[in-house]
Design a protein around this ligand. Structure first.
Ligand code: DAH
Length: 373
């Protein structure tokens, strides 16, 4: 190793000459002042303070100086770098302040603009009406029960006493689901009504049973003004000791009054359903004309077609065969059931004339029903 070169003249190190250091400093200051944006300033920063900047390179030269020259050169370079860093920080602060001011102007929110430029959505009236019906029954102590939309044939038909050759099973009504074995004869269907939930509920719970079962059902129908292949039903089931048709009528009358107004009555018309015995069709008094239009040509009523009554749905006392299939003793318990379509209910409750409006999902249809929850 050679001894330090005592005769080394720092003046000869070009990069450390005072005027060189001053030039480097001034160039840096000029570059910062000229930087018109934070990006440009960043570039100037790298060029003038980075590890390959003239001042950093000059700084490296100090190490090679003899000890007596080091202090002075170090001080000179240090002061220059200090001034450069200070100018950089000042310009940085200046440009950031400018940017903040600009962003505040550019991104200002005009709170006085109309608030409804983005159309808000709305819950579908089928949903709100189903929930409203649920609420009426929940207030009477009923529970909400649900079942699958893809259903075993046994639940959808057999357990409900619908014979194998019943026309309702025919291909034109029921949508069968092809199984993984691709056999034509599938035992799985898209449920054609919510009545299978009755059976599931009875198998699931012990009487007394009071349930309301809303849900989507499927039938092979063309979509037109009065039909849709997918629609919504609500099923009602009560199983307890000593229930009669009078309990059924009173319960539904309460629902009708809760949904359509006080004082309305209901009537039962004999009908046939395999899963109820006796069975009936349930009508409610027209809530618009209250029956006054019937037989009075002077007072026609659009809502009930001047019938005075509106057909609601099917009902009856649960067939003892159904109770037995669901493991309930028909000697001890009786039950009543009621099933009806929500789309139809919505149609006459809100004068909706075309069923397609309820399926198409156009917000122009949904919006007038508002955000009712
Ligand atoms: N499930 C029947 C249908 O979809 C409607 C029905 C009728 C349900 C009578 C019932 C009932 O609970 O008792 O056509």
């Amino acid at each position: 190793m050679s001894a330090p070169n005592k005769s080394y003249d720092p003046v000869e190190v070009e990069a450390l000459k005072p005027e060189e250091i001053e030039r480097m400093r001034d160039e840096a200051l000029a570059a910062f002042a000229a930087a018109g944006s934070l990006e440009a300033l960043h570039e100037a920063k790298v060029a003038h303070t980075g590890p390959t900047s003239p001042l950093a390179l000059a700084n490296r030269e100090i190490g090679a100086l003899p000890p007596q020259a080091k202090a002075e050169a170090g001080k000179r370079v240090g002061m220059a770098r200090g001034a450069v860093n200070k100018a950089l920080a000042a310009r940085q602060a200046e440009l950031e302040a400018e940017r903040d001011a600009r962003v505040l102007v550019e991104e200002a929110v005009d709170v006085t603009l109309p608030h409804d430029r983005i159309p808000s959505g709305a819950r579908h009236p089928i949903t709100t009406l189903s929930e409203r019906i649920e609420d009426v029954f929940v207030a009477m102590g009923y529970e909400v029960a649900e079942g699958p939309e893809v259903e075993a044939e046994w639940f959808n038909f057999d357990a409900l006493n619908i014979a194998k050759d019943h026309p309702a099973r025919a291909m034109q009504d029921t949508l069968f689901v092809q199984g993984p074995d691709k056999k034509a004869e599938s035992e799985v269907v898209l449920r054609t009504h919510t009545s299978p939930v009755q059976v599931r509920t009875m198998l699931d719970r012990e009487p007394p049973i009071y349930v309301i079962c809303p849900g989507r059902v499927y039938r092979m129908d063309e979509l037109d003004a009065t039909h849709t292949p997918v629609f919504t039903q609500v099923e009602l089931l009560a199983v307890d000791e000593g229930l009669t048709m009078a309990d059924l009528k009173g319960t539904i009358e309460h629902m009708v009054r809760a949904l359509f107004g006080e004082g309305l009555t209901t009537r039962l018309r004999p009908n046939y359903f395999p899963f109820t015995e006796p069975s009936a069709e349930l009508d409610m008094q027209c809530y618009v004309c209250r029956g006054a239009s019937a037989g009075d040509p002077e007072r026609p009523c659009r809502t009930c077609s001047s019938e005075g009554w509106i057909e609601l749905g099917g009902c009856g006392m649960v067939n003892p065969r159904v109770l037995t299939a669901a493991g309930i003793d028909p000697e001890k318990y009786s039950g009543f059931a009621f099933g009806f379509g929500i789309e139809r209910l919505l149609m006459f409750r809100h004068n909706v004339e075309d069923m397609r409006d309820m399926v198409e999902g156009d917000v122009r249809f949904t919006r007038p029903f508002g955000m009712e929850i």
